[in-house]
Design a protein around this ligand. Structure first.
Ligand code: BEZ
Length: 211
């Protein structure tokens, strides 16, 4: 069955390029990104894994651990990492799950047989510190993902987890936020001392509260 927002991310134990990982234990108290790839030694995946390696500092800054998955074995993954590091000028130092029996892939509904026969599609799951799924994304094999967008979503998730705001279209860290509809307009000044603008009674904007 498909995994929905708010579900507990299924726990699993898997072999990875960094040894055996028990997923929930490995996540600890922080955030996690689990993302799948169709196959080792494929071109788009090579660029994606390289991009994630180069964003290591950005994920770490946000207390996010990243873990990839592809339906090949550890030895294939390790050989492929050599190619990724060479061609993308990076150092892949996050784990890649070996899932030749598709156990994790089935658990997370990463195999869409009408799109890709026997390979995982490009799935992404963002998991919060409470182990609940906060975002799911599914891309086709032919389209590499935008990892800046993932960081942007993480910024929004981390902000909205702590403040009664939502983030508008194309929002980026530092930009104005939407006050959630549950807050009455007369209560905004006490909750958002930086001020607010009432564009419409249902559309109230306030500066990003945690800056
Ligand atoms: C790729 O990563 O380049 C890829 C993988 C499977 C199908 C098509 C492209």
């Amino acid at each position: 069955m498909a995994i929905r927002l708010g579900d507990t991310a299924p726990d699993f134990t898997a072999e990875t390029t960094e040894g055996t990982i028990h997923f929930h234990e490995w996540l600890g108290d922080g955030w996690g990104v689990l993302f799948s790839h169709p196959k080792d030694y494929t071109p788009v995946c090579t660029t994606e894994l390289g991009r994630v390696a180069k964003l290591k500092g950005e994920f770490a800054k946000r207390n996010v651990k990243v873990i990839a998955l592809s339906v090949d074995g550890v030895e294939d993954h390790k050989g492929w990492i050599g190619d990724i590091n060479e061609t993308q000028a990076c150092s892949v130092d996050y784990p890649i799950i070996a899932d030749p029996e598709r156990k994790v892939a089935q658990m997370y509904d990463m195999i869409h047989p009408n799109a890709l026969d026997n390979m995982t599609v490009r799935s992404v799951f963002i998991v919060g510190p409470d182990k609940k799924v906060k975002l799911t994304l599914t891309y086709p094999a032919s389209t590499g993902r935008n990892f800046d967008e993932l960081l942007r979503v993480i910024d929004s998730l981390q902000l909205t987890a702590n403040y009664q705001v939502a983030t508008p279209a194309d929002w980026k860290h530092g930009e104005d936020c939407v006050v959630v509809p549950a807050i009455k307009t007369e209560d905004i000044p006490s909750k958002f001392p930086k001020g607010f603008k009432e564009v419409k009674p249902y559309l109230r904007m306030t500066p990003q509260p945690d800056l």
